[in-house]
Design a protein around this ligand. Structure first.
Ligand SMILES: Nc1ncnc2c1ncn2[C@@H]1O[C@H](COP(=O)(O)OP(=O)(O)O)[C@@H](O)[C@H]1O
Ligand SMILES: [Mg+2]
Length: 400
């Protein structure tokens, strides 16, 4: 959802109003402009606060509540009205929608439903485009060892350096994930714990279940035992993601290479997908394969970004131009090769910005993060650090 979704609420019932307030205050991307206990004052409050969304609970007086919805929808067409009621009567829902409500939520409101409604209202406010922030960024790899985790961890850290960002990193390589090693952390809870208790979690508890790194990133690691990996269902994972989306401006997912059900859910739920590849034939062949699969999903084309890692590795690499031709896609960012620095990071459990703040590889990751936030130019990011000759070596296969 948009980074500063401004909301006003109206609910004469104190207990449901407080409940709603508690949810909204816990959301990092939401600013609660006003909470009002009287229908008759709310129109004036909306006039003064001009919120992106107004949440109105109509249970105290359905008729007055719906009249209010109708008059607000007429006067403030840009304000997304979300109606809340404990009744799920079809006629009432129809009336609410005809009065101009954009969303209808059943009370007691479930956090993930509220998040979904706010997200839809927010993307409508963005002109129908997929929202820019509240972003789920899935980082996938074209092959084992291409640098998915290195890029996921360091991009999350780079995002967290922006004061307006709050960032969580989730390790989805359930069997062999090592995001915790990259940050030298031993978290108390794992993705399994959070997934299993998701129906009891609120935003405050969710945050408490995550461990904060000193760079500001919150980590949710893979389960401890390999045999536990089966226990996370894609439904529970979806709920975890929607809570995280409400609680953080950016959620970075480090995917496994097995393209499992959870990986597919991550790709489907993501606002942006970074597909990490190297400039060699096996990787590029996999990129084409993955692209063909993703092309079946409607919006994956816009959200997928090709990230070349280890750019400039050696003279046998395929050139960027040839790679772009082969995969029929532009390269979004190039992260230079720097084995020494990356190995030091890994062995010390320290991210790039702390290990080598001035290295070109660090700048490339910082630029990538800035661009993902939508705050950098649209030119491609990064370059070759160690070997600028690399653009020569095309494989015969690619020469035709
Ligand atoms: N830009 C880079 N330059 C040099 N070595 C890299 C770079 N990115 C990753 N590596 C190395 O590649 C190996 C695999 O990285 P990793 O991030 O664990 O990949 P994946 O998660 O895709 O398996 C590691 O040994 C890491 O040090
Ligand atoms: Mg990995």
């Amino acid at each position: 959802m948009s980074s500063s979704l401004r909301i006003s609420i109206c609910d004469p019932n104190e207990s449901t109003r407080e409940n709603l307030k508690k949810f909204l205050i816990g959301m990092d991307n939401v600013f609660l402009e006003a909470d009002c206990s009287r229908y008759e004052f709310f129109s004036e409050i909306v006039a003064q606060t001009t919120p992106h969304a107004a949440v109105i609970d109509i249970d105290a007086d359905q008729e007055t509540g719906l009249q209010l919805v109708e008059s607000l929808a007429r006067k403030y067409p840009d304000c997304g009205i979300i109606v809340v009621s404990s009744s799920s009567d079809g006629q009432l829902i129809l009336k609410a929608m005809r009065s101009g409500a954009r969303e209808f939520l059943n009370s007691p409101v479930q956090i993930e439903e509220l998040v979904g409604a706010l997200d839809r209202v927010s993307s409508a406010a963005d002109g129908g485009s997929k929202s820019k922030a509240g972003n789920i960024i899935a980082v996938a790899g074209a092959s084992g060892g291409v640098g998915t985790t290195s890029i996921a961890v360091n991009t999350a850290v780079a995002l967290a350096q922006h004061p307006e960002c709050s960032v969580a990193l989730v390790d989805l390589d359930l069997a062999l994930g090592d995001a915790d090693v990259f940050l030298d952390m031993i978290p108390d809870y794992t993705l399994l714990d959070v997934a299993q208790s998701v129906s009891r979690l609120d935003l405050a508890l969710l945050r408490k279940s995550l461990t904060k790194h000193d760079t500001g990133v919150y980590l949710l690691p893979r389960p401890i035992q390999i045999e536990e990996t089966e226990s996370i269902t894609s439904g529970d994972f979806k709920k975890v993601l929607s809570l995280m989306k409400a609680s953080f401006t950016h959620v970075v997912l480090d995917l496994s290479k097995s393209y499992s059900e959870l990986d597919s859910t991550a790709l489907e739920q993501a606002d942006q997908i970074l597909l990490v590849t190297q400039l060699d034939l096996p990787c590029l062949r996999n990129v084409v394969r993955i692209l063909t699969t993703l092309d079946r999903f409607d919006d994956s084309k816009q959200k997928l970004k090709i990230i070349v890692n280890r750019a400039g590795l050696d003279g046998t690499q395929i050139s960027s131009t040839k790679a772009e031709e082969t995969i029929d896609r532009e390269i979004y960012a190039r992260i230079p090769n720097n084995y020494v620095v990356i190995s030091e990071c890994r062995n010390n459990g320290v991210p790039l910005i702390q290990q080598a703040p001035k290295a070109a590889i660090t700048s490339a990751v910082n630029e990538l993060a800035a661009r993902l936030m939508g705050s950098a130019g649209e030119t491609s990011v990064g370059g070759d650090e160690e070997d600028s000759k690399s653009k020569k070596g095309w494989l015969p296969f690619l020469k035709k």
